[in-house]
Design a protein around this ligand. Structure first.
Ligand SMILES: [Zn+2]
Length: 495
């Protein structure tokens, strides 16, 4: 039996954060009283006509451009017919063969399309407690009905559950930074379905796929896909065939249950919506969407890696967190500003590499905030403004203080704020140099205090030096530079 590779495509519904619904003037809301944001249009009274929401079209254009999609010069709406209580018209207005956004790409994953549609209302199954005349009942809240959605569909390019979850995170971050959606999975403003199949590795033909519906976190998305891949591999491995169906993954039990056998497109009797004209974005709309695009996570990560030479993990972390990234850039800029103003004197900051600044931000600062029971997000309202962290990093880079002392200063900055240089003076943390003889004397005393270690170092056991360095560090309370201490020990031992 050849190895079975995973073939995964995603369908992501993004609820747009427009002021009003897709085809009427009702406000969007989350968590309001049921059925307060409704009107004859979204309740499908006879004779009413839909009017497309221009803001939703603009948002869809931004999403399409951020995903590198071809924008259709003219796209049309279709009716997708189905009966369910969440759908009072008995059809959903969606897009079918001519979506507003066509083929694109995010990272290595190809986008098939991204189209506009309206959301269904919310049904609440009340079961026993809501029995009417002895039968189980459902309630419908039409507040959500008619909310604008963009559905993004990928090609089946993903090859594993973890890869799928990671790509979905990149997509969410990209859409978030466009400012067109809250992208909150728990509240349902970002909903991810996965199409999953397996096939013998190295073959091209697609196996029968199943659809995993509505996983409400990236962790559950990954676990759901893992469970479904395992199920399919077992079936195929035992010589069986996978049935096309829609599945629900229960994160609590890890079980997959069948919701229904999967519909085909012809089941929906799609036909062009006769009440709406085509969407034909003007040059001005396209230009406005293009100009409004921020630097997106994938671009930012690439810039950090190539221009600033951050390592890929760090670049990804900053690129995925706009506030952290902004803080890093401000700190980095401050190290450059300092070195420019001190151009004529000996610049004490020009030597700080971006990677070192990045370590101060994502390593030392975050760790210090956590140790002080503050959250990672507290740098957004900082007692440590970027200029202060830049000044501190400069002190360490120029060996005015040791890195250990730098951490002490940072702890004080996080607790009280202040000027790093003043804190260094107040706390007596200035690094001990080799010139004044004080450090040399401490080193000599440490060697004398541990003749066994000294003998081992002399006879070639390099590791033994750690004991003497440690003694010096204790004596100096971490104010000595480790490299300098090493040098003095070797010098004094005549090595
Ligand atoms: Zn309405």
């Amino acid at each position: 039996m050849p190895e079975l590779e995973a073939v995964i495509g995603l369908e992501i519904h993004v609820q747009l954060a427009t002021r009003t619904k897709m085809f009427c003037g009702c406000a969007l809301s989350f968590g309001d009283e049921p059925n307060v944001h409704t009107c004859p249009i979204c309740l499908a009274h006879p004779g009413v006509l839909p009017v497309p929401n221009e803001e939703a079209v603009r948002f869809a254009l931004k999403i399409g451009m951020a995903l590198g999609c071809e924008i259709a010069p003219r796209s049309i709406f279709h009716r997708k017919n189905y009966f369910y209580p969440d759908n009072p018209k008995a059809y959903q207005i969606s897009q079918y063969d001519i979506p507003i956004c066509g083929a694109g790409k995010l990272g290595e994953i190809r986008i098939t399309r991204a189209h506009l549609e309206e959301d269904a209302a919310k049904t609440i199954h009340v079961g026993e407690s809501g029995r009417i005349h002895g039968s189980a009942a459902s309630l419908v809240d039409f507040n959500r009905g008619g909310t604008p959605l963009v559905e993004i569909v990928t090609e089946p390019d993903l090859r594993g559950a973890a890869e799928a979850a990671e790509w979905a995170r990149l997509l969410r971050e990209t859409v978030r930074q466009l400012g067109v959606s809250d992208v909150n999975m728990e509240e349902g403003s970002l909903r991810v379905d996965a199409n999953v199949s397996v096939r013998p590795a190295g073959t091209e033909e697609l196996g029968t796929k199943t659809e995993l519906k509505n996983m409400n976190s990236f962790r559950f998305l990954q676990r759901g896909i893992e469970a479904e891949l395992e199920r399919q591999r077992e079936i195929v491995g035992a010589g069986g065939t996978v049935e096309q169906e829609t599945l629900h993954f229960d994160p609590a039990s890890g079980d997959l249950t069948s919701l229904r056998s999967k519909e085909e497109a012809h089941d929906y009797r799609y036909f062009p919506e006769p009440d709406l004209v085509a969407i034909a974005p003007t040059e001005a709309m396209l230009a406005a969407a293009r100009e409004s695009l921020p630097e997106l996570p994938a671009e930012r990560q690439a810039r950090y890696e190539t221009e600033l030479r951050l390592d890929p993990e760090q670049a990804k972390r900053f690129a995925g967190d706009p506030a952290l990234s902004e803080y890093f850039e401000a700190t980095f800029a401050a190290t450059r500003a300092d070195s420019e103003t001190e151009d004529d004197s000996q610049s004490d900051t020009a030597a700080i590499e971006p990677r070192v600044v990045a370590n101060w931000v994502s390593g030392d600062l975050i760790a210090t905030l956590r140790a002080a029971d503050k959250t990672d997000e507290d740098f957004r309202d900082p007692t440590v403004p970027p200029a202060a962290l830049a000044a501190l990093a400069a002190q360490v880079a120029t060996k005015a203080i040791s890195h250990g002392s730098g951490r002490k200063v940072l702890t004080i900055l996080v607790e009280e704020g202040g000027d790093p240089k003043a804190i260094v003076e107040r706390e007596g943390l200035a690094q001990m140099g080799g010139d004044d003889g004080e450090l040399a004397a401490i080193v000599a005393a440490a060697i004398e205090g541990d003749p066994a270690a000294a003998e081992q170092i002399r006879s070639g056991n390099g590791k033994a030096i750690g004991a003497i360095v440690g003694a010096v560090m204790r004596e100096t309370k971490g104010r000595a530079d480790g490299g300098e201490v090493n040098r003095l020990i070797r010098q004094q031992l005549g090595l």
